[in-house]
Design a protein around this ligand. Structure first.
Ligand SMILES: [Zn+2]
Length: 285
């Protein structure tokens, strides 16, 4: 019995010792795995931090590079190209409309020159460009013709008064009402560009009516496309009546000089806008 008990006790001890060894091994394995895991994690974090730092340095270097290649002068955003103060004072940019009327005394005395066999006259200073335009139109096979040009003060007055009289007779209006109506067709004296010798009404020799169909003629199409090259603009374009105060007139050309004509045409603006005058407040339509 004693022997058996001793053996039994010995077995238990061995089992306990084995269990303890297993426990120790498990502990070591777990500890080892945890250590490896933590170190892998730490390495990953280290790598990440290193990468982030590298990227930051790269970004800073790139920003520095860009800073160095930037122009040192501050460039203002380009706005519309308009006449400067000196240009606005030039005779060829003089604004004449119902907001900027002239009295008889204001009308500049200009030397005029006869343009064609019909005796139409313009400011002598625009003759060269005008003749070049008509010559090039002719070469292109076009035959535009002038139907109105410079108007002396008295001529504008008689045109206007005659129109008023006709409206009074035809429509039975008072002088005042007829005058308002007449002004939509014939400019009130002092408000017409024809009075300074810089405007011409040009029509197609194939269609001489002063109406919107004029724009459909080949002669008018040529003028609309090319007049700016010679310093002329179509002064009262379609959809600009709110600014010019005058109805669409696909026949009325105004000399403004080559630079202004190019800039006005390129920007699709009016003379009012070009000289900074704003929209006409007293339109005549
Ligand atoms: Zn005209």
């Amino acid at each position: 019995m004693r022997m058996r008990r001793r053996r039994y006790k010995g077995d238990i001890r061995r089992i306990r010792q084995r269990n303890a060894r297993i426990f120790l091994v498990v502990c070591l394995v777990v500890f080892g795995a945890a250590t490896v895991w933590i170190s892998i994690d730490e390495k990953k974090a280290e790598k990440k931090a290193e990468q982030a730092y590298k990227e930051q340095i790269e970004q800073e270097e790139q920003a520095k590079k860009e800073e160095n290649t930037k122009p040192q002068v501050n460039i203002e955003p380009t706005g519309p190209v308009l006449a400067d103060e000196t240009e606005k004072q030039q005779w060829y940019l003089r604004l004449v409309n119902s907001d900027y009327p002239m009295t008889e005394a204001d009308v500049p005395e200009v030397a005029t020159e006869t343009v064609d066999t019909n005796g139409y006259q313009v400011d002598a200073r625009i003759m060269e460009d005008l003749e070049a335009m008509f010559e090039d139109a002719r070469v292109a096979g076009r035959t535009p013709m002038i139907c109105s040009a410079f108007r002396a003060w008295d001529l504008q007055v008689s045109l206007y008064e005659n129109k008023i009289e006709r409206v009074m007779q035809e429509e039975g209006l008072s002088y005042e009402d007829a005058a308002v109506k007449a002004a939509t067709v014939v400019a009130k004296p002092g408000t017409s560009e024809h009075q300074v010798g810089l405007a011409l009404d040009i029509v197609s020799s194939e269609y001489q009516e002063l109406d919107e169909a004029q724009m459909e003629t080949e002669d008018q199409k040529w003028l609309m496309e090319n007049s700016w090259k010679y310093g002329f603009i179509l002064r009262y374009p379609m959809d600009k009546s709110e600014i010019t105060g005058v109805i669409f007139e696909p026949w009325h050309y105004r000399y403004v000089g080559k630079k202004a004509a190019k800039e006005i045409t390129e920007q699709n603006i009016t003379l009012e806008e070009y000289v900074g005058a704003g929209a006409v407040e007293t339109p005549v339509f």
